[in-house]
Design a protein around this ligand. Sequence first.
Ligand SMILES: [Zn+2]
Ligand SMILES: [Zn+2]
Length: 408
Amino acid sequence: MINIPKGTKDILPKESFKWHKVYDVTRLLARKYNLKEIATPTFEHTELFVRGVGESSDMVNKEMYTFLDKGDRSITLKPEGTAGVARSVIENSLYADALPLKLYYITSCFRYERPQAGRLREHHQFGVELYGADTAVSDIEAISIAMDFYKQFGVEPIVRLNTLGCEKCRSNYIEKLKEYYKPHLHEMCEDCRVRYEKNPLRILDCKVASCKDITKGAPRLLDCVCDECKAKFNNILSLLDSVGIKYEVDDRLVRGIDYYTNLVFEFYDTDKTLGQSALGAGGRYNNLVGDLGGKPTPVVGFGIGIERLLNYVEAKGKNIENNENVDYFVVSMVDNPYTLQVVKYLREKGYNVDFDLLERSVKAQFKYANKINAKYTITIGEDEKKSGKLSIKDMSTGQAEYKKLEEI
Ligand SMILES: [Zn+2]
Ligand SMILES: [Zn+2]
């Protein structure tokens, strides 16, 4: 037997209705918020992620599925959705159209992670990218879309946010961080010593206990941002208040990706027993398009992992309703032509209809109708065929009535 590759998952028929709900919700949000769908390839040139996501990030350093194709080009399965969209926006000059560009996608993401951490090597993300606006209301719009997405599943996480400040205050902060960490370097993990040189902000993200301890005393970002950045951030907070979105300021939040500037945010549940990892995350990346060679354009966006969302919804005891069950199951004791005509008639009326393809006994047909949770059965015997009145049984109450086909 050939098994599924480590860290991947089938979407089995019995749970596919949950994914359809996800697609339905994204389409609903697209209409509500005037978002347009964009789809980019599963793989891109490796350089896109090295330049876009950043060489010093774990995602690029350790987790990418990278290979040489037969033309000796370095190809990478996309580890996240943002860089591919940015590439497409630049390549197709989408930002030459009316701004803002409001985009969404659902995509597979591939990361070579240790599966025991409960993380998948292929997972799916719902992502939104708002191009062209560098305003607090566009930040609020992005967070609102994410919150509405969660709400459609009956859950309401909290948003934790922070500002990384502008370039000026960030380089200021990095100076202070380096100063602080320098005497501690020998006590810190090997990764952090590399981070110290390449991207000291990333040290704040380190999960190693000794590093975490040292980080407790590190200078706080919010204390180091300039007045303008602080005012911007406070404006976002007051706008969140005005639309009733619950948030916490987390001044250790930096996100493990290089492209963020200013606002960063993550979604968590307040119930700590549900785990400490973020349910979704996003922020502002005003330098990404310019870094990739496009016309500098501000962007704010987020990504939400679908598998994590579905686990979260289940952990909160919220059911996703399965409304894909069969409306009518036709139980037949008569010749096939009449059965097929009844089935065809009902399907043309738009009902979800099924019947027995195995030509089994009536008892077996009812058993099957029960198993697939058919809402109604329609039984056709010789009498029904002659009179044209069919026996319709409500499977939840067991009550039956006779109706002409046209009356259904
Ligand atoms: Zn600043
Ligand atoms: Zn460390």
